[in-house]
Design a protein around this ligand. Structure first.
Ligand SMILES: CC(C)(COP(=O)(O)OP(=O)(O)OC[C@H]1O[C@@H](n2cnc3c(N)ncnc32)[C@H](O)[C@@H]1OP(=O)(O)O)[C@@H](O)C(=O)NCCC(=O)NCCS
Length: 338
């Protein structure tokens, strides 16, 4: 079946590092004499006579970074523009992760790309690791980095006065931080927000496939009888999904979202349904948020749904747009088996 590309515009993506990125990275990291970015990205380290690595040694290092889950290429409308990285501060398992971000070409700076890439990298790091705290380290002269991080939700958590010598004067070392609890609070609608709060009586479970009888009851409740006429296929489809998130009122299954994905380029929302007795309580929004959480770096979030106005408003509020509105490239095709 053809996929339907739907993504918010302009597209800023974080994609896995590929073998073909070697030229791009070599060019910006070592092949350009005195690049502007080195005057901003910890210039006190670049100021010395750092030797340019041997090209073949670089190729070996690059090969090790291909598909490295701790780094991604930043792409804008498909064009590679930068790199995001992360590492865990020792000791391993301590829950403290440090991120890095670099947009190589100055013509890309100051256009809001950094904050979007950093927000997505932050979401991905909280989703993909056990991070309790994420930090970024910069210096007082890099106001662009500090502002970019603040836009992405970080605050200044440490400042070491006059720690860095650069360009004939001394600068403060600046550390910006974001706790998981702060990140979660920022993503939860405020009490006076129009969006309903997630009901406290609903428990969400991730990665658990409900029993066939629970699936039947829920899918029947929303009238999706085409599914429940063949319970074996439905149960196998749910079990074979890349990610399943469910909502429970006690031991009653009242909501389900599932995504089929390759984990890198496409995340397809196959089902999102909430028992009518529990609709308009914020459960669907929470299911949607949770089911896509590990795929924030994936460029194409795609779905097909009914043509009702309510569906459109719901998905638009979540950042999706319809292909026919012309804000996303391409056409959408679908073929249903007879
Ligand atoms: C730091 C970096 C990732 C930020 O990305 P970006 O896309 O430029 O950031 P954004 O556009 O989202 O935000 C930049 C902010 O800095 C402001 N800004 C732009 N130019 C500025 C300047 N010359 N001085 C101070 N602030 C500036 C912008 O106005 C914006 O803040 P505002 O919206 O509140 O006005 C990017 O500029 C970069 O890669 N720089 C070179 C490498 C580097 O410094 N990396 C960080 C190492 S710690």
């Amino acid at each position: 079946m053809e996929t339907v590309p739907v993504s918010p515009e302009p597209a800023v993506d974080l994609r896995p590092v590929a073998a073909k990125d070697e030229e791009f990275l070599w060019g910006w990291l070592h092949g350009t004499p005195d690049p502007e970015w080195k005057r901003w990205d910890a210039p006190y380290f670049h100021a010395g006579d750092t030797p340019v690595p041997d090209r073949s040694a670089f190729a070996v290092t690059h090969a090790r970074h291909v598909e490295d889950r701790h780094r991604r290429i930043v792409a804008v409308d498909g064009a590679s523009v930068g790199l995001v990285t992360r590492y865990e501060e020792a000791p391993a398992g301590g829950g403290w992760w440090e991120l890095g971000i670099l947009l190589f070409d100055p013509s890309r700076w100051g256009r809001g790309i950094g904050r979007r890439a950093l927000a997505a990298w932050t979401d991905a790091t909280f989703a993909e690791t056990d991070a309790h705290l994420i930090t970024l380290t910069s210096w007082s002269g890099n106001e662009r980095m500090v502002a970019c991080a603040q836009h992405a939700g970080y605050t200044s958590v440490a400042r070491v006065p006059e720690a860095r010598a650069w360009d004939g004067r001394r600068w403060d070392s600046v550390r910006l931080g974001l706790l998981r609890a702060e990140w979660q609070a920022a993503r939860t609608p405020a009490a006076d927000d129009a969006a309903p709060l997630t009901p406290p009586d609903i428990a969400f479970r991730e990665g658990e496939v409900p029993a066939a009888e629970d699936l039947r009851r829920l899918y029947d409740a929303v009238g999706w009888s085409a599914y429940t006429q063949d319970m074996e296929t439905l149960a196998a489809g749910v079990a074979g999904s890349s990610r399943v998130v469910t909502g429970w009122a006690g031991d009653v299954l009242v909501g389900l979202a599932r995504v089929v994905s390759d984990g890198h380029t496409i995340a397809y929302l196959q089902d999102l349904l909430v028992d009518p007795a529990h609709q308009r309580r914020g459960i669907a929004s929470e299911l949607l948020r949770r089911v896509f959480a590990p795929y924030v770096h994936v460029r194409q979030h795609v779905l097909i749904t009914d043509a009702e106005p309510g569906q459109r408003a719901f998905y638009e509020a979540a950042g999706f747009c319809e292909i026919r509105d012309g804000r996303s490239p391409g056409r959408a095709f679908v073929r249903f088996a007879a």
